[in-house]
Design a protein around this ligand. Structure first.
Ligand code: MD3
Ligand code: FE
Length: 203
């Protein structure tokens, strides 16, 4: 159902090339609709620096960051509610995450050339027993996976369009980040660069 063997790196499960080109195109159509209703923005950190990654969300909650810090919100910074979670995203959740609660948020990250995401943990969600499902679309990205402990050893792996990553169980609290993308390695994303979808249970 999920496709052939997953690679397991310290509890992080990775299915390479799990989604074919036509599925990737259907997912990008969904992303286009989400971005038309809830435009990408560069979140600002508490310290007033703009993140290099652009973001938007679908579902009941979206991830935002500004001078007040980061959190999940029911509305886009411009004031509108987030667009509905596409049913195609829910189908992928059932196939790969197989968790009884549906995802309440899909964060859509866009990495243009030069964008990166520093090593961090995802722990803003109330139920840390719920998995996080990540889908890579577009250009290749160098993904770094560490340990639960800050400053522990890290491993790097290239993620490509159609790869699926599941963070569950032991992998849920590991440090992770994106060091860089390889621009121009895919033509899937109309704006160029890389899109990452992460589905989460928030409450
Ligand atoms: C490991 N995004 O949005 S996805 C994020 O590619 C985020 O945009 C990266 O980290 C991206 O928070 C990495 C893979 C991922 C997502 C969530 C995780 C790895 C994770 C949660 C726990 C452990
Ligand atoms: Fe993360």
């Amino acid at each position: 159902m999920t496709g052939p063997e997953a690679i397991d790196i310290g509890g992080v499960k990775i299915w390479k090339a799990a989604l074919d080109r036509s599925m990737q195109e259907r997912l990008m159509e969904c992303v286009g609709e989400i971005a038309a209703a809830a435009p990408f923005f560069h979140p600002e950190t508490r310290w007033g620096r703009k993140m290099s990654v652009r973001m938007t969300s679908a579902g009941a909650f979206g991830w935002v960051s500004d001078r007040r810090g980061y959190r999940y919100e029911r509305r886009h910074p411009a004031g509108m509610p987030w667009p509905d979670m596409p049913s195609l995203f829910l189908e992928l959740w059932d196939r790969f995450a197989a968790f009884p609660r549906p995802p309440e948020s899909c964060l859509v990250n866009h990495y243009a050339a030069g964008a990166r995401m520093g090593l961090h943990q995802d722990r803003d969600e109330a139920d840390l027993a719920a998995p996080v499902l990540s889908i890579s679309l577009g250009d290749d990205a160098l993904f770094r996976i560490g340990t639960e402990r800050r400053g522990g050893p890290t491993r790097s792996i290239w993620l490509s369009s159609g790869d699926v990553v599941l963070l569950a169980g032991a992998g849920r609290l590991v440090h992770h980040g994106i060091d860089r993308i390889r621009p121009g390695t895919s033509r899937l994303v109309p704006w160029g660069g890389r899109i990452n979808l992460t589905m989460r249970v928030v409450t």
